[in-house]
Design a protein around this ligand. Structure first.
Ligand code: ZN
Length: 74
């Protein structure tokens, strides 16, 4: 089942330097257009395979393709 998180959350870019931020309200937008929670407990992956989440964390293969976003419930 695929949920478009944009219908649930309002996303704003996060300014950061160094390592990607992570947290309960932090999401990663991949350059392929998919958004994955930074602390995903369900198996989640973006369609290009750059992000692979599950068990509370996300493996990021190329962080330069990822934009961290803060999600607020609409
Ligand atoms: Zn992707």
């Amino acid at each position: 089942m695929k949920i478009d998180l944009r219908t649930i959350y309002r996303f704003q870019p996060i300014n950061y330097s160094g390592a990607l931020p992570a947290g309960g309200d932090v999401y990663y937008e991949c350059e392929c257009g998919d958004i994955v929670s930074s602390v995903s407990f369900v198996k989640a992956a973006c369609k290009c395979g750059n992000l692979a989440g599950g068990d509370g964390s996300v493996t990021v293969h190329s962080s330069e393709k990822v934009k961290p976003l803060r999600g607020k419930l609409r």
